[in-house]
Design a protein around this ligand. Structure first.
Ligand code: PAF
Length: 284
């Protein structure tokens, strides 16, 4: 595996690879790898000739009071893990390599960015879209692979790519979970022992809600009220940021579930803000 820091170098290299008919997959990450990242890399390994993983803690997607400075980092460990799953290139630029000091261009999908996480993180998705499009332009992938844990991110990136005719196929892959159900996330590293135990109840609550829907409860207000109560009892150290039931494509709230919907939650727990989501399906 080769480590590349210079965007011009990886751009030239991947352009040449594409010209010689090689398929290139990109797995964009912010590092501190876990099994979720590795499953994306493995998928990319199986579906393309060349696998590029980008490792860049993107400052523009963090709000002023968020965790940019303490975001977990361990380059040596990441390097070893990526190498073990057969990644070809680890693209790990510095902030100054990626952003000009007078960077002035932003990519926005405003409508989809106002819902869910966008309410408490108003500039987050602008930062995500901008860096993802920049990475696409630098790495020239045919395919880019993202995790479904960041459901809103995936929906927004798909829309950006469609609207701007970006020639990259976006692949969403299922959330990888700890044995007790907690969605794998680099931010789980912030949790102390008590918080970690409670965090497992996020997914348990989502599964309960899925059962309520299967058993005929289709009113979102009722489901959200029941789940709020359940979370307050089972995640006493947590503070709910949001629980919402939304349309899977346009992310607008759904009042009555008729077919499929996405239940998405964000919970502050200690120093972490954890997100998760699940598909709700009405039994027909
Ligand atoms: O999902 C992430 O880790 C980040 O938002 C991404 C897509 C790598 C952009 O910085």
């Amino acid at each position: 595996m080769e480590i590349i820091k210079d965007p011009k170098k990886i751009q030239e290299l991947t352009l040449n690879l594409r010209c010689s008919e090689k398929s290139v997959s990109l797995v964009p990450t912010m590092g501190y790898f876990h099994k979720g990242h590795l499953s994306l890399m493995r998928w990319a390994r199986e579906h393309s000739d060349i696998v590029v993983v980008s490792l860049f803690v993107n400052p523009t997607q963090f709000g002023p009071n968020e965790d940019l400075d303490r975001y977990p980092r361990d380059f040596e460990r990441d390097k070893k893990m990526a190498e073990e799953v057969g990644v070809d290139y680890l693209f790990a630029p510095e902030v100054d390599d990626i952003y000009y000091p007078d960077h002035a261009t932003w990519v926005n999908v405003p409508k989809l960015s106002q819902y869910l996480c966008g309410k408490s993180r108003p500039t987050h998705f602008q930062g995500v879209c901008t860096i993802v499009l920049k990475l696409f332009n630098v790495v020239n992938p045919n395919i880019a692979v993202f995790g479904e844990k960041d459901f809103q991110q995936l929906v927004i990136i798909k829309k950006m790519v469609r609207d701007l005719n970006v020639p990259v196929k976006i692949v969403g892959r299922p959330t990888v979970r700890e044995p007790d159900g907690l969605a794998m996330s680099s931010r789980n590293a912030y949790l102390n022992e008590k918080e970690r135990k409670e965090a497992a109840n996020i997914y348990k609550g989502l599964v309960k809600a899925r059962e309520w829907v299967k058993n005929g409860q289709t009113n979102s207000e009722t489901i959200i009220a029941k789940l709020t109560e359940w979370f307050m009892e089972h995640i006493p150290s947590g503070e709910i940021d949001y629980i919402e039931i939304v349309d899977q494509e346009n992310l607008t709230p759904i009042e009555e579930i008729e077919d499929k919907a996405r239940l998405a939650v964000a919970i502050f727990l200690g120093k972490a803000r954890l997100i998760d989501n699940i598909l709700l399906e009405v039994k027909k």
